[in-house]
Design a protein around this ligand. Structure first.
Ligand code: BDP
Length: 662
């Protein structure tokens, strides 16, 4: 930025004020000197910010065709005119300008150089959302980074400074929507849509609005009863409909740009339309109708299954549930309804196949739901970087109409020409100073935002970017931290549940090994290990029929033991411990070997990190080191529990003599 000392912007709006502030602040931090802000160009080099209708922008740049930039895209150009350099940050809208600023600052910080900059970008997904599972008492369901930044003791915080910092952080990676409360809406949060809390929700929404982020709320389907005193919440009842209409009108009086509702209904004991003999489409459409006049939307979750099932009855396979429930409604939901579908058919396990529901809906808006918070992947005490997993999901070809029907194209709406779509993910932040508990877990939040913006980015490029932005541009740091991150998912999988079978965690908190923890309960989460073998037969021929929910060729590939991807073998098949993998190794030996390997790898993370001593801030170095030690020792526990269990169950010795009764 040599020679530059001025920012020019001749427009004013709430979002442009934010953009200006962020630009000036970011420039001062990266260059070390303050830039002047003026409304007119002078005879010097300048960064020019504004929408395409700004006069100053038009002076520098004319004839830019910007239709495809849409409402959130932007362009960044370097223009040299009459010996003066101008870096132009422009867009159709102020929001696009804000994103341009963040992109530009990212380039400066990662040292990419702006000498010949010329780019145009627009997000691939309309909705790029974060779901908070925060409760108003201050706790966070599945939160591993402290307490809520929004609430304490059933009240909103008066001071929203932390929320503002959070809004900046989210906007800098392009997040544009947030739900403030847990999908499990308890008694107190039911009142978020009433006069009691709406003034507070409006205060928070105002903070997010400054950063282009729309506020949504999770709602309780039984609100008409619990908050409205009605005898029913039947979606077909005119009084219930009226109650929702009035409630929605009230919300929009407080928050004119309110986003809409997120709904968990008829799932894990939450109320829903089933009580009244209605279905999910009836429930979602009723709420959608109340929101239509205000431009709001309903995001209806598909995490619906029988959580009180009999483990002996394989016909109710939980993996089948979302597809079985929701495909019959394809085409029945209003245009302002989106179905939110978890990446896999079970529940954010370390490895699952992609949910077949993405391939089963052609006339319905869809959102992919990911979990940034590491509920089943080490709870931010273990390093488990999930961007490579998410990439696999987004790139998965569903083969629903022809080749190239990736999950990314389905959820963006591109494939089936849907008006709405995108991605949502469960937040991993809390009030810990470093936001995410484990410092390196920040990479998951960052990576999520970048992928939500553009699912085509590679895991490597996102990772390198995060490392450079977080720790600076030292080559050793970049190489070591990137490698640690990119290898961590595989390491975590090696010492936990094998070959896609999932679970094997302590019930309740889901931390730590417990092979039979969920085996004899009613949640539909089984591995069927006995003395002969392990795995769930989900084939059409002899099992639950789940493989039949996929389009060809996946249905056949998963069905056959010969072609099933091995990392998912036990998800789809029940096999004897002596079953030989393509490598020639038996399943039992594979379990032993990967668990020993996983521990060695977890230990080697410590050595890798130690190479960075004196290259990082001391407190950051020590903090991560401590977590890596904890991970390594916990990995040993996993290894010993899993290996001993299978040794006892199968009676088959480890070929290398390492597994002993303990
Ligand atoms: C599971 C969590 C549970 C959530 C549920 C959901 O264990 O806390 O309420 O998902 O997504 O992963 O609704």
């Amino acid at each position: 930025m040599k020679g530059f000392s001025r920012v020019v912007c001749d427009e004013c709006s709430e979002l442009l004020e934010t953009a200006k502030k962020e630009l000036l602040n970011g420039l001062a931090r990266t260059t070390g000197y303050e830039f002047a802000l003026t409304t007119e160009l002078r005879e010097d080099d300048a960064v020019v910010l504004g929408t395409l209708s700004s006069l100053q922008i038009q002076c520098v740049l004319s004839g830019l065709s910007a239709d495809h930039l849409g409402e959130e895209g932007y362009a960044i150009y370097r223009v040299v005119k009459e010996g003066r350099q101008r870096i132009v940050l422009t867009a159709n809208t102020a929001k696009g300008c804000l994103y341009a600023v963040f992109h530009f600052l990212r380039l400066l910080q990662t040292g990419e150089g702006v000498a010949s900059i010329s780019l145009m970008e627009a997000p691939k997904n309309k909705l790029r959302m974060i779901n908070h599972w925060d409760n108003m008492d201050g706790s966070i369901e599945r939160g591993y980074a402290g307490r809520s930044i929004f609430y304490r003791d059933n009240k909103f915080f008066a001071d929203l400074t932390r929320v503002k910092d959070y809004a900046r952080l989210l906007a800098s990676v392009g997040i544009n929507a947030v739900t403030l409360n847990n999908v499990n809406v308890h008694e107190v949060e039911t009142y978020l849509i009433t006069d009691q809390f709406l003034p507070d929700v409006a205060r928070v929404a105002a903070v997010f609005r400054k950063y282009g982020i729309q506020t949504f709320l999770s709602v309780n389907f039984a609100s008409p009863i619990e908050a409205g005193g009605l005898p029913t919440a039947d979606p077909d009842d005119p009084v219930v409909k009226q109650w929702w209409e009035t409630s929605v009108e009230r919300i929009y009086r407080f928050i004119p740009d309110f986003g809409g509702f997120l709904v968990k209904a008829d799932s894990e004991f939450r109320p829903g339309p089933f009580t009244y003999g209605r279905d999910h489409a009836d429930g979602a459409n009723m709420l959608a109708e109340a929101l239509i006049p205000h431009g709001g939307i309903v995001i209806w979750r598909c995490f619906v299954y029988n959580c009180t099932q009999d483990w002996r009855d394989r016909s109710t396979d939980r993996a089948r549930a979302a597809f079985d429930h929701f495909t019959p409604f394809d085409g029945r939901c209003h245009d302002n309804v989106i179905l939110q579908i978890k990446n896999g058919p079970m529940d954010f396990q370390v490895r699952e196949p992609v949910s077949p529901l993405f391939g089963g809906l052609m006339q319905t808006n869809q959102v992919l739901e990911l979990q940034i918070t590491q509920e089943y992947t080490g709870q931010q005490r273990h390093l488990c970087y999930l961007v490579p997993q998410w990439k696999q999901v987004l790139d998965f070809d569903l083969h629903s109409t022809e080749q190239g029907c990736t999950v990314a194209k389905v959820v963006s709406g591109e494939l089936h020409h849907r008006p709405l779509g995108g991605v949502a993910a469960v937040a991993n932040i809390g009030d810990d100073m470093n936001w995410t508990g484990h410092l390196l877990a920040q990479a998951n939040l960052y990576g999520y935002g970048r992928l939500a913006w553009n699912p085509e980015l590679s895991a490597q490029s996102i990772t390198d970017e995060w490392v450079a932005l977080t720790f600076g541009r030292n080559y050793d740091v970049l190489r070591i931290v990137s490698n640690m991150l990119l290898g961590s998912w595989q390491i975590y999988e090696n010492y936990t549940a094998p070959l896609g079978v999932g679970w094997m965690v302590n019930p309740g908190d889901h931390y730590g090994p417990n092979v039979d923890g969920y085996e004899y309960s009613k949640w539909g989460t089984y591995h069927f290990a006995d003395c002969k073998g392990i795995g769930v037969d989900r084939t059409v021929q002899t099992g639950t029929g789940y493989t039949g929910q996929y389009h060809s060729p996946h249905s056949e590939l998963f069905e056959s033991l010969e072609t099933c991807p091995e990392e998912l073998l036990l998800f789809f098949h029940h096999v004897p411990y002596t079953h030989r993998l393509r490598s020639g190794e038996t399943v039992i030996q594979y379990i032993y070997d990967t668990h020993f390997r996983g521990v060695e790898q977890a230990m080697s993370l410590i050595d890798k990190w130690k190479e960075l001593e004196n290259k990082l801030d001391d407190s950051q170095f020590e903090h991560v080191l401590e977590r890596l030690h904890e991970q390594a020792s916990h990995a040993k526990q996993w290894r010993d529990v899993i290996n001993t269990y299978f040794y006892r169950k199968s009676g088959i010795a480890d070929e290398r003599g390492r597994v002993i009764f303990s």
